[in-house]
Ligand binder design. Structure first.
Ligand code: UDP
Ligand code: MG
Length: 326
């Protein structure tokens, strides 16, 4: 088998958080696809602090298949941190990041290898349709991209996913730069430049279990993404200040004219309305500034993006310098 393989290697990075129900099937399907590919491969599972049997299953897989490497975190650090760790530990000429729940079809991997061989360095996988999520998820996600593309100088593809592939030069940029704590990995990948292309895929239903994202997490994620790619909200203060000043002048002239011409005292309701409006605008802007300060605070602390507890290969824990904290 290996004689026919070219000298290239593909690293498949899979983030795993409580996926005991999906893992065996994911491994079965993916390993079968990878065995038939022209490139040599490694399968890197990043265990993001799972509390179920995921790590035991992964350990067993690493015993039975030498292509499997497990990077296990000390606790849950989140999906993006897991992908970053996988990219850091990958040795391949090309890296594919995908989910463990089979929503990202492993059957797309041969097409990804074709694109790498054509010389592409960043391959974004575009969702053509999603079988999961209802109408609300579709609408909120479309709305989020509208806002993001409006406020950000960079433009993002609305249907891009956490399923993407990057060649080694692009991965090196992610390894050395873009080590932010508040981040949007998909956005970085799209804004790296390089020789880019897209491939389409149909997002399948989750293999088993439930999505780990809830509305609260998605709102948090949306706010921090917008703030980390745009400073437009920060500048809202100036614009709303100007608008408020203009309204103030109009109200002033109106009150003066009323007083002088009609001898009517300025209205009580006008005061209340203006007061409420001003307080709302001021608090909103303070809130926005707070959001940016929170991001600065997180960056200044320079806490690790992830902490690796162990790296497992062939069932054994490796204690090499790869174990370092990032
Ligand atoms: N995941 C992770 N850490 C987390 C949450 C999720 O590594 O804190 C993994 C999860 O195991 C899956 C992928 O990230 O492989 C996507 O998660 P999920 O399917 O819950 O998200 P959705 O597909 O609904 O966006
Ligand atoms: Mg999923």
């Amino acid at each position: 088998m290996d004689q026919t393989r070219e000298n290239k290697k593909l690293s498949v990075v899979v983030s795993v958080y409580n996926e005991e129900q999906s893992l065996d099937r994911f491994y079965g399907v993916t390993a079968e696809v990878l065995r038939d590919c022209r490139w040599d491969y490694e399968l890197i599972f990043v265990n993001d602090g799972s509390s179920d049997r995921s790590l035991d299953i992964l350990r067993a897989l690493s015993v039975q298949d030498e292509h499997v490497k497990v990077v296990s975190f000390s606790r849950n650090f989140g999906h993006e941190a897991a992908m970053i760790a996988g990219i850091d530990h990958a040795e391949g000429d090309g890296i594919v990041c995908m989910d463990a729940d089979l929503q990202h079809p492993p059957q797309s991997i041969p097409a990804i290898i074709d694109k790498f061989e054509e010389g592409y360095e960043v391959i974004s996988m575009i969702r053509t349709a999603r079988e999961d999520g209802g109408l609300i998820k579709k609408i909120t996600s479309a709305g989020f991209y509208k806002v993001l593309n409006f406020v950000s100088p960079l433009k993002f593809e609305a249907n891009a996913s956490d399923f993407f592939a990057i060649a080694r030069p692009a991965a090196d940029v992610l390894r050395q730069e873009y080590r932010e704590r508040v981040r949007y990995l998909r956005g970085y990948v799209q804004s790296l430049g390089f020789n880019k292309t897209t491939l389409e895929f149909m997002a399948a239903k989750r293999e088993a279990g439930e999505s780990h994202y809830n509305i609260r997490k998605l709102i948090r994620f949306s706010i921090s993404t917008i703030c980390s790619f745009s400073d437009m909200p920060l500048k809202l203060g100036i614009y709303s200040g100007l608008a408020a000043a203009l309204i103030g002048v109009i109200v002033m002239i109106y009150s003066l004219v009323n007083k002088l011409v009609n001898d009517v005292p300025a209205g009580y309701s006008t005061i209340i309305v203006v007061l409420c409006f001003m307080f709302a605008a001021t608090l909103l802007i303070i809130g926005i500034i707070g959001e940016y300060i929170a991001i600065l605070f997180a960056e200044v602390k320079e806490r690790p993006i992830y902490i690796v507890r162990e790296v497992i290969q062939s069932g054994k824990a490796q204690t090499t310098e790869i174990n370092k904290i990032k």
